[in-house]
Write a protein that binds this ligand. Sequence first.
Ligand code: GTP
Ligand code: MG
Length: 198
Amino acid sequence: MKITSAEFIKSIADTGQMPRDSFPQIAFAGRSNVGKSSLMNSLLNRKKLVQVSSTPGKTRLINFFLINNSFYFVDLPGYGYAKVSKQMYKSWQKLLENYLQQSKKLTGIVVLIDLRHLITEADLQLIDWLEHNKLPVIIVGTKSDKLSKSKIIHHKKQNEFQLKKYNCCKIIPYSSVTGAGKSELWSDLMLLLDKKKT
Ligand code: GTP
Ligand code: MG
């Protein structure tokens, strides 16, 4: 995928502020600190377009980036981070749920899991909900550079086993450090975007 432009459009704290144009949206969801912002920068060959957190739980708003003047990447707030006040956490959860329910332009969701660990209950709940609502899901296993080749294969298989009842039962191992997995993920994203055009 040739990236000719990637611009930050807006951050929203309320779904009433979502972009009103008809460009398809691809959203990135996953636990706090799993590597959502890094993955987006890596896919777009940009170093700092999307803010990478030094402290987990930094992405509290929904951020929209317009790519090639034709589709959006949407950075969603991370879930499952305990060290914030309950009230704050609830308000992000609500924002996330509202977006997933209300966005008519949502074409697919990339759900990120940390390939070093077993998929969590919160991830499975999200995937369950997305599939129930007939939203296409792509699952990416992040931080693969922190694992040996054999561990990557093992953890991928182990997590795919947990996903066997879902359509999205394939995991794409990815490293935002080395770019491993980039072409495979782009080809799945292109399929989603092409589907939307027809
Ligand atoms: P929130 O916005 O807080 O939910 O986090 P996030 O999911 O956007 O994660 P982010 O991209 O900010 O990355 C969190 C930390 O993990 C940062 O220190 C990144 O440098 C690191 N990280 C992300 N992806 C990778 C990766 O593929 N490999 C390695 N080694 N580190 C990564
Ligand atoms: Mg982030």
